[in-house]
Ligand binder design. Sequence first.
Ligand code: SF4
Length: 385
Amino acid sequence: MKTSFLCSRVFPMDEARFYPTKVFVTKDSENLLLTRKVLENTRHLPVEFIADSRELIEDVLLSRDPVGEGKKLLLVTHQRGEYVKPCPCTPQYIGCNYFIINTELNCPLDCSYCILQLYMNNPLITIHANTSQLYTQLDDFLKKNRNRPFRIGTGELGDSLALDHLTGRSSELISYFAEHPNVLFELKTKTVNIQNVLAHKPPGNIVIAWSLNSAKIAGEEEMGAPPVHDRVQAAHLVSQAGYRVGFHFDPLIYYEGWEDGYGEVIENMLAQIDRKKIAWISLGSLRFPPALKPVILKRFPQTKIIYDEFIPGKDGKLRYPKTLRLRLFQRIVKDLEKAGGGKIPVYLCMESRDIWMDAQKKAPRGKREVEKLLTLPLGANENDF
Ligand code: SF4
């Protein structure tokens, strides 16, 4: 296929793609369609069928670096809980009424600041293969919410595309949501694993989004992720193919020279991407629960990101002081305006109304207003915001 050929010439796909050292399949998932697809795509790797994943998980938890060990192993199993949930934004801050789909758990990339390092119930890269339950739950959820535009996406407990060459999940989900035009469906990634996306005809309500950072932070803190200019180039290819794209500058991290670092990425992004194709840009400053600090220290002793001043927010998470957060947000908003991106919807992730007001000179009254702003591409009224 022409697009895939172009894509594999632009990015060295096979080198960059994740393959585990071993695949484990729980017996209850052995005969599922998605399991068979994953096994076909990992046929060169050792496989073990297990009755129960608990012993395996315990063994990994006993290793010296459970997070790092878990990232080498792939578990294919059932999703026992709910697939569809509201995004767990802290009630004390303005949310965006986003809904998440938990198709995969954990991520082969290794960002120093990743909050998933704290989710130690299961550190293995996990694919939930019982897709019929996923679509039953999605059908129920969408039936209840069919009269309003809203946003939903994967990528909360992992990267939306990092396992896509094993699962083909993006194609299935894009086809499913193409039939639900009141939903903006987002796939959020740091990878360039876009071949399945490019092979698909782009429906107007699908957003492929990239997490971006400055080249310095990406190089030092986002292990295993492609360089930022490759991510922007992937976004360019996807937008040229007809998709809407989104960008998440999250977490914004303070360091000497951050102004130039982030400015360059914004300039490059807006030079390559038609701004009419950009559905939204989110901004979030570095924040983490105090319990993550010792984990970062142990796993990434060379990092400097935890040595700045942090203060506990209303949700208990540590954040930069308000003045510094504002400086970060105001500068990024200004750079976006300067580079011609002034009309692109920008929202702040997990911030209070006064920070919104100071950063953008306007603030939503609540999450429903943010939702309206971000579903403008579906025809919501701009004056509602
Ligand atoms: S890409 Fe996202 S999910 Fe993966 S390690 Fe980085 S922060 Fe965590």
